[in-house]
Write a protein that binds this ligand. Structure first.
Ligand code: URA
Length: 434
């Protein structure tokens, strides 16, 4: 088999066979197929597409490029969740304890943040001592004993995706549905959960700018998951503004704790967690309908079991759980300041990605993999889409490590907002459940 023949085939819009896809992924992972040929293949796939059989073959070839986690030492059904990424997305911190408090086991691999979106691991590391560096045995034992564990993604999980994603990032080939689906699903399938729920974002701050594109991605993700033998559901949610109010690691943990404590029961974050959680519980057979599942989840919150489950997980992974009940013990920024609005009006737009960059500029995110983050810094928004603002009223609070970085963030944050003189209609936040 020759890669040049495969390139010519895909260039001409022909499907690649299972053997050809396996040969290509194996060769790229072991280095025998060079970056320049794989770049051309990614572009051919982006332009010509792939049929469903090819996407499934590509996904499975990537799954088998590395370690495949066998979760069978954990009793019962195991669930996992994936989000296509967003600013202020602290969903896992709320959703996972809530679902685990209903008895469904959460075995989740998470990543660190890079660029304007934060990673769940970075957020959880705001709890002093908390670690996600668990061995496989510890991970299994924690899920068996506590019903929940979050582990850092191991280097050997879908290594083909790691190489391919880095290549796509610099060759203009990220926005291809077959490539996105195989990338996301290879990692999820290799992580071993029986139930996979996907939060597909659409809008300004996400890859999929339109609801139609997001729905196409969501349908493809769930289809491939089901063909691979897993129970899958997807939710399409709006990302035209940051999720909730906090952007920044410890600040997002604080917000997650307040939502898990039952404050803001009808806010976007809680609604999203209820929607994702009810998909998880129904797919796992823990509830007969989404309504019944939602009631189970609300009971877990109102009884305090969901918050206790977060504390249990933090303790089991070496963290100081006192901060779960006393969030003032979380890392605190040395400088705080308000962002007074320079005009009156109704908030018509908040540039989500730009808000993420403000937090990153304060030290809350990484520009490079090796950068250290400051867990205390970030932004808490007081005004969201559709809110009426008076001149001089605070749009947000900045949490910074120095007066100079705070002053710079105030200016940048103001530029994230746009106003209109009339009322502003918010698009539906949860657009579809598939
Ligand atoms: N997230 C991934 O893991 N892969 C993609 O290709 C896009 C988003």
């Amino acid at each position: 088999m020759k890669m040049t023949d495969l390139l010519a085939k895909k260039r001409d819009g022909l499907p690649l066979s299972t053997e050809e896809i396996n040969y290509m992924i194996q060769g790229y992972t072991d280095g025998s197929i060079p970056d320049y040929q794989m770049s051309a293949m990614c572009m051919a796939i982006l332009l010509r597409g792939m049929d469903e059989r090819e996407v499934l073959d590509l996904t499975m070839a990537m799954v088998h490029s590395g370690e495949v986690l066998d979760l069978s030492p954990i009793a019962g059904i195991k669930a996992d969740k994936h989000s296509t990424g967003g600013v202020g997305d602290k969903t896992s911190l709320v959703l996972c304890p809530m679902v685990a408090a209903c008895g469904l086991k959460i075995a989740k691999m998470s990543g660190r943040g890079l660029g304007h979106t934060g990673g769940t691991i970075d957020k959880l590391e705001s709890f002093p001592g908390f670690t996600t560096e668990l061995t496989e045995e510890q991970f299994f034992e924690n899920v068996n004993r506590h019903g929940i564990a979050l582990m850092g993604q191991t280097a050997d999980l879908a290594p083909a995706d790691k190489k391919l994603y880095a290549l796509r990032d610099v060759t203009g080939t990220v926005p291809s549905i077959p490539l996105i689906v195989s990338s996301i699903m290879s990692k999820k399938l290799a992580s071993g959960a029986d139930v996979i729920v996907l939060d597909v974002k659409c809008g300004d701050g996400s890859f999929m700018k339109t609801p139609e594109a997001a729905e196409e991605l969501a349908r493809n993700l769930t289809r491939i998951g089901r063909l691979a033998g897993r129970r899958c559901a997807a939710i399409i949610t709006d990302m035209d503004q940051p999720l909730g109010t906090a952007v920044g690691n410890a600040l997002e943990v604080r917000e997650a704790i307040s939502v898990l404590s039952g404050e803001d029961p009808d806010g976007d974050l809680m609604r999203l967690c209820l929607a994702l959680g009810s998909c998880m519980l129904t797919e796992a057979g823990f509830a007969a309908s989404r309504e019944e599942a939602e009631q189970l989840l609300r009971d877990a919150v109102s009884s305090g079991r969901a918050l206790d489950k977060l504390a249990e997980m933090v303790r089991a992974q070496g963290g100081d759980d006192a901060a779960v009940y006393h969030p003032e013990l979380l890392p605190q920024a040395s400088v705080t300041c308000e962002v007074p609005s320079l005009q009156a009006g109704t908030v018509s737009r908040i540039h989500a990605e730009a808000v993420g960059l403000v937090s990153m500029g304060l030290g809350g995110g990484r520009a490079k993999k090796e950068d250290r983050i400051n867990p205390a810094v970030g932004v808490v928004l007081h005004k969201k889409l559709g809110d009426v603002v008076q001149e001089g009223e605070s749009l947000a609070t900045i949490y910074a490590a120095s007066e100079a970085s705070a002053a710079e963030a105030v200016e940048k944050l103001r530029r994230c907002y746009e106003f209109s003189s009339g009322p502003v209609e918010r698009p539906p936040f949860i657009r579809k459940i598939l």
